[in-house]
Design a protein around this ligand. Structure first.
Ligand SMILES: C[S@@+](CC[C@H](N)C(=O)[O-])C[C@H]1O[C@@H](n2cnc3c(N)ncnc32)[C@H](O)[C@@H]1O
Length: 196
């Protein structure tokens, strides 16, 4: 496992020894508006008990909650066993039945066309460069069914970790913020046009 992947762990995240002291996190408001609200979204997907949703970098399982509430089939991947353990404990704490296993942006560990919705919320930039981003998009596309929806969030130029990052080259930014990711390279999008 790379150092970058191993940095995601119980210690760096400050997970308390007693999991009962863990305060649950809440679903992304942007995701709720985009995927669940006909007021904010032109064409939100129908989410039913037949919907298969994969959350990449599922971490605290907060973003699966509104899918679980609607009876959807919930899946998550995490970058290493420690993170899978955290995610499974979060799922249990919230009463969420989810299949959570080790997987990464570029190797999701699921078959072709397995999902109706794929969530990648602040995860896609854990690549090293533009080639990595391209490979990730292909992998996301591979696991999505024909009418599937992909929801991607990444950090913009004013994000607190990105704002002082060193721009090394196209889609390559070295983190300088005082954070466990300091010194790591992230593959942020250069501008909105790259998302088109
Ligand atoms: C900033 S957190 C976001 C967690 C969650 N998606 C959210 O929005 O609350 C980044 C997550 O991505 C995971 N991660 C790190 N590198 C990854 C990679 N190469 N592929 C997939 N997930 C990765 C981390 O373990 C962590 O759970």
């Amino acid at each position: 496992m790379s150092e970058k992947s191993a940095a995601w762990n119980t210690k760096n995240l400050g997970i308390p020894d007693e999991f009962s002291k863990f305060v649950r996190h809440h679903p992304s408001e942007l995701m709720l508006r985009s995927l669940f609200s006909a007021t904010y979204s032109e064409n939100p997907p129908q989410i039913t008990s037949a919907t298969r949703v994969l959350d990449i970098g599922v971490m605290y399982v907060n973003n699966l909650v509104p899918f679980h509430d609607r009876g959807a089939r919930c899946f998550g991947v995490e970058i290493n066993e420690d993170m899978v353990g955290i995610a499974n404990r979060c799922a249990a704490q919230q009463g969420i039945d989810a299949d959570i296993r080790v997987g990464s942006n570029r190797n999701l560990g699921h078959g072709d066309k397995s999902f109706d919705i794929v969530l990648s919320i602040n995860v896609i930039h854990y690549e090293n460069d533009q080639a990595g981003l391209r490979a990730v998009i292909e992998e996301y596309h591979r696991v999505l069914d024909d009418e599937g929806r992909l929801f991607v969030v990444s950090a913009g130029p004013e994000h607190y970790i990105r704002v002082d990052a060193k721009h090394l080259g196209p889609n390559r930014f070295e983190i300088t913020a005082d954070d466990f990711r300091r010194g790591q390279v992230m593959a942020y999008f250069e501008n909105e046009a790259q998302l088109g």
